[in-house]
Design a binder for this molecule. Structure first.
Ligand code: SAH
Length: 371
């Protein structure tokens, strides 16, 4: 049996015994099942993989993120021992670039204990390889909550979009959850029973036909990060594609569950375990969870604006001067990350800090914008 056939067979068994699955349970199976999960068995990144991320496109992304964390560390009195965390580090390029840029602040590197939150064995191995030259030895955990207490400096890029969401649609007779079932032997979406109450308070006024997506795991992690920042200080920067809930109504209350395979969009039900499944990140929900835990939230800012404010274009010009043979590639890379027609606007950055701390670098004037 091929891997894809084995994954489908396991899923059928599950549905046969337990009934239809929520989208969250379906996503969790497809991405994280220990035997069949997408992230457990392969390296999905890069040109030959299914998708490419900002740190794989340009070293400047990780450099800017690293310098922003160093700035926050300085702003908060340069504590002598800090917990440096990356959620979902992929191949480790972001962190390798961040640590290289942070060499300008050797005391930060001395203070930093690096923790990588990663469930994928192949990606942990890639992270170890790519961080070998950094001089900082990482430790790995499966979940953020397993990292130690202490001042927290955290970065996450394209992590929250991979966490399972539940989807609900407002039908004429109430809210119905979308589920995955077997219909004539094939995986298909079906509607759950109608519920009178909205699945989240922010959906109460949604029109008929509206979708709402709820990422409980993302909210829990944002709350845990917010609580840690409130108790011990630090800063967290979360970058991903997503939306600000205040714009959700303007955007038409769309659903954003998607599959990407070999750099193209695919049917999320077509190849369980063999395609990346994601949903756009609800930044307002993450901000609200962190705020409820006692932290401040700023943004989300469009990625292009955030990177420009951090000096990404100046850095690109300096790199191009140092490597004239690479000038075109450097300009193309930074263009992809900042251009509003590419990743500059769809991708956004959210900053979390303690209530009394200065704004994170790049977020000056954006304090308190997240609801
Ligand atoms: N940040 C990287 C990789 C993004 S891909 C980059 O920008 O290139 C998503 C990453 O999150 C992968 O490393 C994946 O293995 C990890 N991941 C996905 N779901 C996870 C979970 N529930 N817990 C921990 N890591 C997870």
């Amino acid at each position: 049996m091929t891997d894809a056939a084995a994954a489908l067979a396991a899923l059928r068994d599950r549905i046969d015994t337990a009934g239809s699955l929520s989208i969250a349970d379906y996503m969790a199976f497809c991405l994280s099942d220990p035997v069949h999960g997408y992230y457990r068995v392969q390296d999905p990144l890069g040109r030959s993989g299914d998708f490419t991320t900002a740190p794989e496109i340009s070293q400047i992304f990780g450099e800017m993120a690293g310098l922003a964390l160093v700035q926050a560390w300085r702003d908060q009195g340069a504590p002598g021992e800090v917990v440096l965390v990356e959620l979902g580090p992929g191949r480790g390029r972001l962190m390798a670039d961040a640590l290289r840029a942070a060499r300008a602040a050797p005391a930060f590197l001395e203070a930093a204990r690096l923790w990588l939150v990663e469930t994928s064995a192949p990606l942990r191995a890639a992270q170890a390889r790519n961080l070998a030259a950094s001089g900082v030895s990482p430790r790995w955990v499966d979940r953020f909550e397993q990292t130690p207490e202490g001042p927290l400096f955290l970065i996450a890029n394209e992590f929250f979009d991979a966490l399972p969401i539940r989807q609900h649609r407002r039908a004429s007779d109430g809210w119905r959850e979308r589920r995955v079932a077997l219909v004539d032997g094939a995986l298909a979406y079906v509607d759950g029973a109608a519920a009178a109450a909205a699945p989240a308070p922010e959906a109460a006024d949604a029109p008929i036909g509206a979708w709402i997506e709820i990422c409980a795991q993302g909210r829990d992690i944002a709350a845990a990060v917010g609580a840690r920042l409130a108790a011990h200080g630090g800063a967290a920067v979360i970058v991903d594609y997503g939306y600000d809930a205040s714009l959700r109504s303007q955007a038409g209350w769309k659903e954003t569950f998607q599959a990407v395979r070999a750099h193209a969009y695919a049917d999320p039900l077509a190849a369980p375990g063999a395609a990346d499944l994601t949903a756009h990140v609800d930044f307002s929900a993450l901000a609200a969870a962190a705020q409820a835990a006692g932290a401040a939230a700023a943004g989300p800012l469009p990625q292009g604006k955030w990177l420009r404010r951090l000096g990404a274009e100046t850095r690109a010009a300096a790199l191009a001067r140092a490597r004239p043979d690479q000038a075109e590639a450097i300009a193309a890379g930074i263009g992809r990350l900042t251009d509003p027609r590419e990743m500059g606007v769809v991708f956004k950055a959210l900053a979390l800090t303690p209530l009394n701390a200065p704004a994170a670098a790049g977020f000056e004037g954006a304090e308190g914008t997240a609801r």
